[in-house]
Design a protein around this ligand. Structure first.
Ligand code: CTP
Length: 380
């Protein structure tokens, strides 16, 4: 469809960026990024005629368009463009350009290749800046030495790609990275953009290696303003790869004291689920330090998200307590609920909740073990 539309519209169309890199590395990838020498918006609109179930969104300011399909997959179309930054960390200003310039504005050589999709050069690789050579030599190399100053998120991207593919940073690129970190350019980055990049890292399989690199490069210290006690050192045999994003995040924070965690949260802009889990983790950890009745412990452990409980259970100070609470809750086989109590003639109101709590406690403490005995507790 892309090739035919390109012919119809009489423009040159290329696949670019991460897709080309991963194709050459034989790594499966889903994101498709196209650039068009001409109007990306016009091309995307024409392409839509061949993709009737797609939904088109245009971002005229950036010269980009996106087609989203019902299964959630999408493809991005942009006009070849030159981007420049009014100040470090700003969103780019956009001007039309040719493919060569479009590829030159990119972050690293391995991300600066394109594949032509027009019929007469279909499938040909365009590699002006040595991307293929650097893929073979396993190198992350910038295209120009103010790359990190223009866009400080590229510092995090350099670490992400280097650890993802186990590539080295080229010597000059590494030096530029360290110089950029020391120069304080990160302070020009918004908390939102930093958070986006950090969460991309936490989603990577090898996020532990990336986390360690963020610490050893001094990047975390430069952003957060001090050394936090991050935890990216888990045993090989641990099943870190299967942990959810929230669990990974909490594990990384788990060695910090609660005041440090609250301070650190001022430097990131987390979504509600991550922020809530982090605050629940902090509150629950503080609560577990105090003496608790079985019912208080039960309420804490069984109401908290599973990931939070799992991370706390790995803390030697609380593992026994949590294990006890979980074991006790397994004894519970409650048949009564609010509706059943109403049917038994109990009046609607706070009394219902209290009775259910009493029944639950009886189960927890092993005082009852049948539905009949539950009713006895209700009558008490
Ligand atoms: N790009 C860039 N500078 C950035 C972000 C992106 O130059 N700060 C360019 C790169 O050419 C990159 C392309 O835009 O390949 C697409 O960016 P993105 O989708 O964020 O990354 P991918 O390279 O596709 O990486 P990933 O596999 O993580 O999706």
């Amino acid at each position: 469809a892309v090739r035919d539309t390109a012919e119809e519209e009489g423009c040159s169309v290329y696949l670019v960026g991460g897709f080309v890199r991963d194709l050459l590395l034989f790594v499966p990838t889903q994101d498709l990024d196209f650039v068009v020498e001409g109007s990306g918006g016009q091309f995307a609109t024409a392409l839509m005629k061949r993709m009737p179930d797609g939904k088109l969104t245009q971002h005229i300011q950036f010269g980009t368009a996106q087609i989203i399909f019902p299964d959630g997959s999408h493809l991005d179309v942009a006009s070849t463009r030159w981007e420049y930054y009014s100040f470090p960390g700003a969103l780019p200003q956009v001007e039309e350009s040719c493919l060569r310039d479009d590829l030159f504005r990119r972050d690293f050589t391995i991300n600066s290749m394109a594949i032509c999709l027009n019929a007469e050069h279909y499938g040909e690789l365009v590699d002006y800046y040595g991307g293929k050579r650097d893929l073979q030599q396993r190198k992350i190399r910038f295209l120009h030495n103010i790359s990190f100053i223009d866009d400080p998120t590229r510092m995090l991207r350099a670490i992400r790609f280097s650890e993802r593919y186990q590539f080295d940073l080229d010597k000059e690129t590494r030096e530029a990275l360290y110089t950029a970190i020391e120069s304080g350019v990160l302070s020009k980055l918004s908390v939102e953009r930093f958070t986006e990049e950090i969460l991309l890292i936490f989603k990577e399989i090898n996020y532990l290696g990336m986390g360690r690199a963020l610490i050893s490069s001094g990047l975390f210290k430069a952003w957060f303003g001090k050394e936090y006690d991050w935890n990216f050192d888990f045993e090989e045999q641990e099943d870190c790869a299967s942990w959810s994003l929230n669990t990974r995040w909490l594990m990384a924070l788990s060695k910090m004291d609660s005041i440090a965690i609250c301070k650190l949260l001022e430097r990131v802009c987390l979504n509600k689920s991550l922020r809530d889990d982090t605050m629940t983790f902090v509150r629950m950890r503080e609560a577990l330090k105090e003496p608790l009745t079985l019912s208080e412990l039960d309420r804490l452990v069984n109401k908290a998200p599973k990931g939070v409980v799992m991370v706390l259970a790995r803390d030697g100070r609380f593992s026994k307590l949590i294990e006890e609470a979980l074991e006790a809750s397994q004894r519970i086989n409650m048949s009564l609920d609010g509706k059943a109590l109403l049917e038994m003639g109990i009046k609607e109101g706070p009394g219902i909740g209290e009775i259910l709590d009493r029944v639950r406690m009886a189960w927890l403490e092993g005082r009852i073990c049948t539905a009949e005995e539950e009713k006895g507790i209700v009558r008490q």
